[in-house]
Structures are given as C-alpha cells and as structure tokens.
Write a protein that binds this ligand. Structure first.
Ligand SMILES: [Ca+2]
Length: 332
C-alpha cells in the first residue's frame, strides 16, 4: 500500500531530473514575478517621491523667475514704459540685457516669466460708463443694450449709494435671483468679480479679461495700450490702428530700430499729427480723447507671470509688482 508521503513524493519529487527541473523553473518563475512586482512598486514609490520632491524645487524656480523680473524692472529707469523695452519684449532686448525670459536653466530645471504693465488696460475702478460700454460692445461684441446694462451695473456695483442708476442694478435686482446675494458697494478688488455683475456671462468675460485691471490710477499708457483698449477709451477705429502702427515704425515690426515711443505726455498730439498720417477725423478724435486726460506714457503696476519646471513638475506664481518693488498681490 502506498503511503500518502510516497504519493506526494512521486507527484512532486518523482525521482527523476526532469521533475526537479520543472519544480525549479516554477520557483524561478514565482521569484521573477515577485521581483517584478516589488520592482514596480519601488519604481512607483520613487516616481511619486520625485514628484513631491520636484514640487518645492519647481516652486523655488518660479520664485527665482519673479526675482529676476524684479531686477529687470529695477533696471528700467527712464521716464517712459514702452513695448520696445527689454522688460516688455525679450525680442527687443539688447546685448546688455539678453532675452532671458523663457526656459532659463536653473539647477535641474528651468524658469520662464513674462511682464505685462497694467496701464495698458481699462481700470474697472475708475472707467466711465462710456468707456466700459465701448469695451463690451467693440471688444466683447455684446449688443448695445447688454453693453449699456453691464457698464452701468459695474458703476452701481462700486458706488456707495443704493439708488439705481439708469441701466444699472442694485440689491433689489440681485436679491431676486435664485442664488441671491448683496452687492459690495465698494471698488472692485479682482477682475473676476465681474462675473457676478448683471448682464455678464463667462463668454463675454473671457473676451475682455485681458483688457481690464484693478491696478493703477486709470490712465492708459499710450505706448503699450492695444487697439482694443484705445477703442474703448474713445479713439475711432482708424485712430486706434494708426497709433499702434505709429509705434511699430515703417517696418511695422516690434523690436526694430525704427520703433517709436511717446516719451512725454504733452508730446503725444504733435508726434501723432506729424508722423501717423492722421486724417481730419483722426485728429478730431485724438484731440477729444487727449483733452480728457486719459493718457500717460509710463506704468506703475506690472503683472509678473512666472513658472518653474523641474522633472516634469511645473509651479506657477502670478503677482503684481509696483515700481517701488513692492508686491501688491501674490497668487500661487
Ligand atoms: Ca521704461
């Protein structure tokens, strides 16, 4: 009679070399699978570890970008701010201040940044209803009634009185909404507040958000303002295009030697009248807008958009910096 032991022995240890070999292969196979599983887990652990390790490194790289941006602005000491200057346009940078804004190597990663002056934008805290209306109709392509409603509602949103202005909306409107709320009756603090103003839509906000600010005294830097912003402050389409073209010079290219800059406010009308091929309507529009003291030639507040990348991990810092080097806002 065969014992249990002998059956097992026969099955797993049949007493021939082939059987031992098969058993050994099974063991090896099991060990290989086990090793692969452990290796995979360790790899994942290392990857996750590196990811979290790279996060602070990327953040330091972004902070380094902000520091360099501060230096670039500190190095700009003339009386005007224009798109031809190194802070605004790396392409225009000279040998002393090389283009150093994009993918600058630092440690095991890189950083990039861009500087945008806020005086090229419409200030939501100071703009007139007419300027806002033009912004929403000419730039946002809203119909006249919607543009009128939003413009006046922005003023109502910010003024301390609670009597509704024509076309605007006070609490009596917002309290009737499904998700009701009270308006702040103080100056707008972040441009995203617009999304709560009567008549505004996310689509319209997307179209105008790059042309509005809450920083500065409300004067528009004629050296940096876009065609859209010039239109909004009351320039005719023809004048707005001629101002932008005048700045680029004859070659119509930014960052070349024939670029023109308005160095002083009082020189703006004469410079344009002699060099921008203005027609009679352009001149009338220029004198009208100029007489409303909307223009300046320099900027006080600057947005710095910085990012640092290390090992595939990117961290961003958006901040507002003023001419004295002080940060007014910091978002990470
Ligand atoms: Ca400057």
């Amino acid at each position: 009679m065969k014992t249990k032991k002998s059956i097992l022995s026969k099955r797993f240890f049949p007493g021939n070399r082939g059987g031992v070999l098969i058993y050994s292969l099974w063991v090896l196979c099991f060990m290989a699978i086990f090793a692969a599983a452990v290796g995979n887990a360790v790899n994942q652990y290392i990857r996750v570890g590196a990811y979290f390790q790279n996060s602070p490194r990327a953040r330091y790289a972004a902070e380094a970008a902000v520091r360099v941006a501060v230096d670039v602005l500190a190095g700009d000491t003339n009386e005007y701010d224009a798109l031809t200057e190194p802070w605004a346009s790396p392409e225009a940078a000279d040998e002393k201040t090389p283009a150093r804004f994009k993918n600058v190597p630092i440690g095991q990663g890189t950083f990039s940044f861009e500087i945008v002056d806020e005086a090229r934008k419409i200030n939501l805290r100071t703009a007139s209803a007419e300027t806002l209306e033009r912004l929403f109709s000419e730039v946002g392509h809203a119909d006249a009634q919607t543009a009128h409603t939003i413009a006046n509602s922005i003023l109502s949103w910010q003024d301390v009185r609670s009597v509704s202005r024509e076309g605007g909306a006070e609490n009596s409107y917002y309290r009737e909404l499904k998700d009701s709320y009270d308006i702040p009756n103080r100056k707008i603090e972040v441009i995203e507040e617009l999304l709560w103003v009567k008549g505004m839509t996310p689509d319209l906000f997307r179209k105008i958000k790059d042309f509005v600010t809450v920083w500065g005294d409300g004067k528009i830097n004629i050296n940096t303002a876009s065609r859209e912003v010039l239109l909004s402050v009351g320039c005719t389409a023809s004048l707005a295009e001629k101002i932008v073209a005048y700045r680029l010079g004859q070659d119509e290219t930014l960052g070349t030697k024939d670029d023109k800059v308005f160095e002083r406010i009082e020189l703006i009308p004469a410079a344009l009248m002699s060099g921008a091929f203005l027609g009679m309507e352009d001149e009338a529009s220029l004198l009208k807008v100029y007489s409303m003291s909307v223009f300046t030639v320099s900027s006080v507040y600057f947005t710095v958009k910085a990012q640092g990348t290390v090992g595939g991990r990117t961290e961003r810092i958006d901040c507002i910096l003023d001419r004295s080097g002080k940060f007014s806002s910091w978002r990470e």
